[in-house]
Ligand binder design. Structure first.
Ligand code: SF4
Length: 117
């Protein structure tokens, strides 16, 4: 595990332990993406939810970063997170659990830019 991924893991532990921990909107998206990228070396490619889901989630987060995200983007992100529950091992299960906790505690951050009204 690299030093960077340890730092990101600590950040996620903090989020998990403290639901009130908030980051500004762009930081949250960037940190989630940074976390997903840090997991690439752990992903073996044997199952779809983890192998394909993580890179798809990163592409969806890019839409937030470049300002093209819509409510469909958020819905797809949520589906991919739920799909990770079907991962074959703890790598995918942990990624899904971590992102699920972050979404639960910071849903408004991802919803605000895409809500219609
Ligand atoms: S969840 Fe486990 S088995 Fe599936 S791709 Fe990720 S590392 Fe491989």
């Amino acid at each position: 595990m690299t030093t960077e991924s340890i730092n990101v893991s600590r950040l996620f532990e903090k989020w998990i332990l403290d639901g009130d921990t908030k980051l500004n909107e762009i930081d949250l998206v960037l940190k989630i993406k940074e976390y997903l990228e840090s997991q690439h070396p752990e992903i073996c490619g044997k199952c779809t939810p983890c192998r394909d889901g993580v890179v798809k989630m990163e592409a969806l987060l890019d839409k937030y970063i470049d300002g093209t995200a819509t409510i469909k983007t958020l819905n797809e992100l949520e589906s991919l997170v739920i799909n990770l529950r079907a991962s074959r091992c703890s790598v995918g299960l942990d990624i899904g659990k971590n992102i699920e906790v972050v979404l639960e505690n910071n849903y408004h951050v991802l919803y605000k830019p895409v809500k219609k009204y």
